[in-house]
Write a protein that binds this ligand. Structure first.
Ligand code: 13P
Ligand code: SF4
Length: 388
């Protein structure tokens, strides 16, 4: 039987990161295959086969202001001509956030997508987010600046494997984190985001066996919060699981008065050290309303741009994975999502000018995937006391 094993490449800077964005830091992966004569396994070193998109992730340099301004003018002009809306996730690069009509978390972005009167939705985020916008707006053109902007959670849950697991228990009620493909949404009873997962699980039928896919860390946190027993799919966010307890303890020792705010995709060893565990949008309101002047933010570092803009006078510390004094550096971008960072201002302009890459989905998938998304939006819109 074929199996695979991932080990960490030794790194000059000692960083424990398994992601790696350049050749020198690429994770070492070995594929074990049955031997040709069936007697012992063959090991194939896949180090030189880059994961999709990774090699196209150069070290980012800020654009010279004149070039950035010219691009922004072109983007705004295209937006007017297309009657487009630009939606951007909190992890997008600052220059994209600044040109967007709305910047938010997955829940806020799907709510915006559900109500926009625009003809064209330009989605600056990752593929599953743009697909969600398309499912909610089948007749509209939905553009994504880089079609390779995927998500490790989406990859971890192929529809065929989910269908096979569901077939083992007819009483399963599938609660699916929005970070998944349209096909997986179509197999789900209800969708959730990190911003409403507790509420969605609390509203699930009590006589059902809950199956939570695909993020085991978010699922474990929701299980703790709700007390509902759930079967968890074994997927995770490759970026959030790089944050570790030891690094966080060092940051806490250096900044003892700074509340630690962590995303629920983090490991339990990190979540238990946090003062607040919440979605990226709730991080903004938490830091705005909390009297502290310094915060440790344990999520993708794109959020820091919005935090700085919307919480003036406060300081945000984004913990590096390995060494507080050294990271993140140009080489190690442990706290960046390689997929979110594929989108750039140039690609945003290009996708609007070319009306491509665009999201295309079959009518059947759209119809089936729409129901669990709408169920989520309805539950999220209920007044809190009736939320279940
Ligand atoms: P939020 O919905 O909290 O923004 O999370 C999205 C995501 O992809 C986290 O990695
Ligand atoms: Fe997916 Fe993680 Fe990137 Fe979010 S941060 S889009 S969960 S890979």
């Amino acid at each position: 039987m074929t199996s695979h094993h991932t080990a960490k490449a030794p790194r000059a800077d000692g960083c424990a990161c398994s992601g790696g964005f350049g050749g020198e830091f690429r994770a070492r992966t070995q594929l074990t295959l049955p031997a040709l004569d069936g007697s012992f396994p063959r090991m194939i070193d896949l180090t030189d086969i880059p994961p999709a998109g990774v090699d196209r992730f150069p070290v980012r340099r800020p654009l010279p202001p004149a070039q950035a301004d010219a691009l922004v003018r072109e983007i705004l002009d295209l937006k007017r001509r297309l009657n487009a809306v630009i939606l951007a996730h909190n992890y997008q690069v600052p220059e994209i956030q600044d040109v967007a009509d709305f910047v938010g978390d997955s829940l806020g972005l799907s709510q915006q997508a559900a109500k926009t009167p625009a003809d064209v939705i330009v989605f600056c985020g990752v593929h599953f987010m743009a697909e969600t916008a398309k499912i909610l707006n089948p007749s509209k053109l939905v553009l994504l600046p880089d079609r390779d902007a995927g998500c490790s959670l989406e990859e971890s849950c192929p529809a065929g494997q989910l269908r096979a697991l569901q077939a083992t228990n007819p009483n399963f009620y599938t609660v699916t984190y929005i970070n998944c493909s349209a096909e997986v949404k179509a197999l789900s009873d209800v969708i959730c985001t990190s911003g409403n997962a507790v509420r969605i699980v609390n509203a699930a039928p009590p006589d059902k066996d809950l199956l939570f896919v695909p993020d085991e860390n978010l699922g474990a946190w929701v299980r703790e919060q709700t007390g509902r027993s759930m079967t968890l799919w074994r997927g995770n966010c490759y970026a959030h699981v790089e944050f570790r307890r030891d690094a966080l303890l060092r940051v806490r020792a250096a900044h003892p008065d700074a509340p630690i705010v962590a995303h629920p995709e983090c490991l339990a060893e990190v979540r238990t050290l946090a003062d607040e565990v919440c979605s990226t949008e709730k991080m903004i309101t938490y830091c705005q309303t909390h009297p502290a002047k310094q915060f440790v933010i344990v999520t993708e570092s794109g959020i820091i741009h919005r935090l700085k803009k919307e919480c003036p006078g406060k300081e945000f510390i984004a913990p590096p994975v390995f060494d507080v004094m050294q990271m993140p550096t140009d080489h190690c971008r442990c706290s960046e999502c390689r997929y979110m960072k594929l989108n750039t201002l140039e690609k945003l302009r290009d996708c609007m000018a070319r009306k491509a890459p665009r999201i295309e989905l079959s009518r059947e998938i759209i119809e089936r995937a729409r129901r669990p998304i709408e169920r989520m939006l309805q539950i999220s819109a209920r007044p809190l006391e009736n939320a279940g």
